[in-house]
Ligand binder design. Structure first.
Ligand SMILES: [Zn+2]
Length: 430
């Protein structure tokens, strides 16, 4: 799910931003140093927007067993600073109020002339920032404490130390994965189910799995979720309503590109069948297959759509445009479509960048998991995991994500910080 952002120095081993907008041969390309400059600017802006709570951040946590315990088990020293569950809403409210107060003050500081700085405003901004850092630390500690509450509420009485002692790094399909032993047992069933099948040319998985995350980040925080090939199986979520994981405008732009592709390539309008609806099939295993087929078809359509601007596909484009003319509410010409494809390619390419959706090669579509792997992961008679490409918490698809929500033991996650904003439990994806 998410954006698959890893911790560590911001610029270390970060892939280059995705550039989908092709340049004609011989034209000037952006130099690598321009790319780096762009990343540095983004990184600086991000530090600010994270502090101001600008957008959700999904962080990975990788670590040895002592690191895992330190991240998830409230120590006796931390116990004294741990805010009570009942205090979380007041902290969230205070944080919101300080952020509201900060905005005009920061603007005043910025607007003041160099020789006449607004000292009062600057001092207050500094005070606010210090308090925001404190609140952030307290809420982070509360989230950590909530993991013990979650385990208890789901009937696990062993405590966090025992739970996280059962989180280990195993090898799954040739790659390391840090998961709870309950998930490890199910992943072993997947390997068994695949063992006699021919391996796809690039292997069953080609990227490193996501690993355990910090508290407050869905079943990933408990070692009960795994993302497979996260860079090439992005989450495509929630284009309307309350944003989850990313601004709705991002999800909306991706949805629009997929719908344009479905219209032109498959002659299917959103009101024939919207991409963001789940196949209406009762049996879970059959529905997983139907979801897979639907996503695969849309992914292939997007891939094909992005190359319809190529000169050698012009005849094909003309045929498709002619075929959908009556279905297309805008009755677009081939030239109109070329403009739209280029615009979609640019929009999707910029949203796919590592500091945004972290989706590699959108020009190859959004699904590269083998269908047999997805079936083995979800098989009711086998591993029985839930795939968020199929079973979704909202109108969206987190294609990389598999978890144990359907089989337990954790079916609800306690989150007193989110509770302060009006909801106390959620499972999430990401
Ligand atoms: Zn996930």
């Amino acid at each position: 799910m998410r954006p698959a952002r890893r911790e560590g120095p911001i610029l270390r081993s970060r892939p280059r931003p995705v550039r989908l907008d092709r340049q004609p041969p011989g034209s000037a390309r952006q130099s690598p140093s321009d790319d780096m400059l762009g990343l540095q600017r983004t990184a600086g802006n991000r530090a600010v927007s994270d502090l101001l709570g600008g957008r959700p951040v999904v962080q990975r946590h990788e670590g040895s067993e002592p690191e895992i315990a330190a991240a998830h088990v409230v120590s006796s020293a931390e116990e004294t600073d741990l805010p009570a569950v009942a205090d979380a809403p007041a902290l969230v409210t205070e944080q919101d109020e300080l952020l509201t107060e900060r905005k005009p003050l920061a603007a005043r500081v910025k607007a003041a002339a160099r020789n006449a700085p607004d000292v009062a405003a600057a001092d207050r901004v500094k005070q606010i920032d210090d308090r925001l850092v404190e609140i952030k630390q307290q809420l982070a500690l509360r989230l950590k404490g909530d993991e013990a509450v979650t385990l208890e509420h789901n009937g696990y009485t062993g405590g966090t130390a025992a739970w996280f002692a059962d989180v280990k790094t195993i090898t799954f399909l040739g790659r390391p994965a840090t998961v709870h032993k309950l998930l490890a047992e199910r992943l072993a069933k997947v390997e068994k189910a695949l063992k006699d099948l021919p391996v796809p040319p690039d292997g069953w998985v080609s990227e490193t799995h996501s690993t355990l995350r910090k508290p407050g980040q869905s079943l990933h925080s408990f070692g009960l979720a795994i993302d497979l090939n996260p860079l090439t199986n992005p989450f495509l979520v929630q284009p309307t309503g309350q944003p989850i994981y990313e601004p709705t405008a991002w999800s909306g732009s991706i949805r629009d590109a997929i719908e344009h592709a479905a219209l032109l390539v498959l002659a299917r309008r959103a009101d024939d069948e919207a991409f963001f609806t789940r196949p209406d099939v009762k049996d879970k295993d059959a529905r997983v297959e139907a979801s897979y087929d639907k996503i695969a078809e849309a992914s292939d359509a997007l891939k094909s759509y992005f190359t319809l601007t190529d000169a050698d596909r012009r005849a094909e484009l003309d045929t498709l445009v002619h075929a959908v003319k009556d279905k297309d509410p805008k009755h677009r010409s081939a030239e109109d479509w070329i403009k739209l494809i280029k615009a979609d390619r640019q929009t999707v390419g910029s949203l796919a960048a590592p500091d945004r959706k972290n989706w590699s090669h959108p020009e190859h579509g959004f699904l590269n998991l083998d269908k047999r792997l997805v079936k083995a992961m979800t098989d009711s008679a086998g591993a029985g995991l839930t795939w968020l490409g199929d079973d979704t918490v909202s109108p969206g698809r987190d294609i990389m994500h598999f978890d144990m929500r359907g089989v337990g033991p954790i079916t609800k996650i306690w989150n007193s910080v989110k509770g302060g904003r009006g909801g106390d439990t959620y499972l999430g994806g990401g």
